[in-house]
Design a protein around this ligand. Structure first.
Ligand code: GDP
Ligand code: MG
Length: 162
């Protein structure tokens, strides 16, 4: 072992997923949650939030130079958002697959946006786009104490034991 290097169990992979105000108002919470649940991902944090515009600007800071930024932040702060953290192997990348392409007109049928949304400005759901973003977004939306670590009974059936 290299000096100073710590040996620790790999941290579970987690991603930040949010149902935007249009998804909440259209009554799509249960539909969306069930797609992540049925896949086999584990819910480790969930809350309904009414974000301020300033908070929305923080969340979408990487898009601040885009022409739709202001409208996007108005929209995200226009109603309740269901903020969640989901855990599981490959959840960041595969969560994005479940969500589908940003523009619902290009999302495949079978994906959340492909099945449930029509235009890019109202695409009902957000998902972190990589490990760094996931870490930052989880830290922005949740206090560490709001994340619940637990063993799901389904895990041995989902992952097997070697
Ligand atoms: P995402 O990661 O798939 O959500 O896509 P981006 O990070 O590129 O964009 C963030 C959000 O901005 C998208 O989910 C859309 O709600 C919105 N958005 C992206 N591109 C456009 C656009 O061209 N027009 C409008 N009105 N909204 C957009
Ligand atoms: Mg994005």
């Amino acid at each position: 072992m290299l000096q100073g290097q710590e040996v620790s169990a790999a941290e579970p992979e987690r991603t930040f997923i949010a149902i935007k105000p249009d998804g909440v108002q259209r009554g799509l919470i249960a539909e969306i949650l069930s797609r992540f649940e049925r896949k086999g991902y584990k819910l480790v944090a969930i809350k309904l939030v009414l974000p301020s515009k300033e908070f929305a600007q923080k969340h979408y800071h990487d898009l601040k130079d885009r022409p739709f930024f202001d409208g996007l932040c108005d929209f995200l702060s226009s109603g309740p958002v269901l903020a969640m953290v989901w855990e599981g192997e490959g959840v960041i990348k595969y969560g994005r697959k479940l969500i589908g392409a940003t523009d619902p007109q290009k999302s495949e049928p079978g994906t959340i946006r492909g099945d449930l949304a029509v235009v890019v400005g109202r695409n009902i759901i957000h998902g972190s786009d990589g490990p760094e973003t996931a870490k930052d977004e989880i830290a922005l939306w949740f206090e560490p104490t709001e994340l619940v670590s637990y063993t799901s009974n389904a895990e041995k059936w989902l992952y097997g034991v070697n």
